[in-house]
Design a protein around this ligand. Sequence first.
Ligand SMILES: Cc1ncc(COP(=O)(O)O)c(C=O)c1O
Length: 430
Amino acid sequence: MHNIAKEFNQILSNTTAMSLLSDLGRRMYFPKGIVSQEAEAGIKAKRIKATVGMATKGSDPLYLDSIYRDFKGLEASKVFPYASTAGDPELREVWKQAMIEKNPDLKGKNTSLPLVCSGLTHGISLTADLFIDAGDTVLVPDMFWGNYRLIIEERREARIETFPFYTAEKDGMNLKELDRAIARQEGEKVVLIVNFPNNPSGYSPTNAKAAELVDILTSYARKGKKILVITDDAYFGLFFEDDIYRQSLFAPLADAHENILAVKIDGATKEDFVWGFRVGFVTYGSKGLEPRQYEVLEKKTMGAVRSSISNSSRPAQSLLLKGLKSETYLQEKQQAFDLLKERYLKVKEILEAHRDDENLIPLPFNSGYFMAFTCRGDAEKLRVYLLDTYEVGTIAIQSDYLRIAFSSVDIERLEELYSILYQAAAELWS
Ligand SMILES: Cc1ncc(COP(=O)(O)O)c(C=O)c1O
């Protein structure tokens, strides 16, 4: 093991974070190589700087006009040079500030500074690299984003164990099953991923359910379980009903108990409608962790970034930062929210009109981009039938559920879409 990693692990000793690290996480460090020598030169090399692997002309990066032309309003230095491994320092601060505004319970709590990664997928993958070993079990409700399988089972060779997301009455999240799933875990390590608003169901917990979830985790932490909770907050903020817990579960979990390490994975992808930018963030929170220990977790994460993608897209970070600081940002975001909420309400209205339909039963949803139906027959068969007969695209989840991204259909087309869905299901199953 490298000496810097040993030093880092020493700083983390006796923390839950240390006991949760994977083998790779324990070995990970951020080298004092080119990147840190460059940073040092940035401060001290006032005369000539011949350090970084970029080309410059005067004080600007060397660039091609045909590429720069369309970056209206961004200085060349905000477009072309590498971003630092952990991301643009100002963007990290601005994102943290916004995170506290969006999650007021974080105010006054110690967390790490959000570290930029290349979208939420990358953030989840980095966290998995650092904390999940081959053979580990990762608990996920049975409504989950399919990419977790590739990351956890194929890349990390760990095992996903699901528990029912909804109660049998389908009236909300099944926390009894979560409790049972944790109780089943042998050994002290527990890894859980929560994703609200949920993909594929579009469900977010009520205030009461969120509080109960935190209580369950805290009670196991008190009994000695070391719990890693990854909050995948991809669709954060798109809450369309009143009685929904409106913060990330990261907020209460960040200081719930010393035995809980919460990792917030969020980003601009869906929150700021910039899917192709590839800007996500990784933030750590655990009761009692000191700033120098957060710094070590950041450095280990930087090592994981450096050794995989080196650093994230610079122009995307610069454009995002500019947008976040714009005077019209909040107003525009509200408008985008209103547009999606109108679609949500329209879908609810359509479903109400079909409440007696027995082929497609909607699962509870109150947030996010999606809703899902439980299908009377094979969902994949319906998906293919919809495509081939009606040229309508949907997503089948296993053979049971059909996911509809109402976020990507204009309100004027929703009646048409849903009438085709019901019609096609009736043709197959009535
Ligand atoms: C639940 C969930 N998490 C993460 C992601 C990935 O986000 P990104 O595109 O930023 O990698 C998605 C994208 O569909 C998602 O649905």
